[in-house]
Design a protein around this ligand. Structure first.
Ligand SMILES: [Zn+2]
Length: 93
């Protein structure tokens, strides 16, 4: 689930424990979205990330948000490892 949807749901609960105002919530969402990426974004950029890594460049430094997501998200990490594997095999043949 996207974070923004979670916040929207939280906002709809009448007895939510959170006492954040709408403006506070929006600021928080903006902050969180700026320092995180979602799986869709990783999916769209993972091939670039793997290519950088394959050139022996520092992908974690060049694409820190993707790197951070891969560390936290096992689904995306599986995909990343599968791609690395495919590239490695392609080079062998
Ligand atoms: Zn993910």
């Amino acid at each position: 689930m996207r974070l923004i949807d979670w916040f929207k749901r939280l906002g709809k609960k009448k007895h939510a424990e959170s006492e954040l105002s709408d403006a506070d919530c929006l600021n928080l969402i903006r902050y969180l979205e700026n320092c995180d990426v979602d799986c869709e974004e990783v999916f769209n950029t993972i091939d670039q990330y793997v290519e950088i890594e394959f050139r022996k460049e520092d992908a974690a430094r060049l694409m820190p948000l993707i790197h951070q997501h891969l560390e936290m998200c096992s689904g995306c990490n599986d995909q990343y490892e599968a791609l690395l594997d495919v590239l490695a095999k392609a080079q062998d043949s």
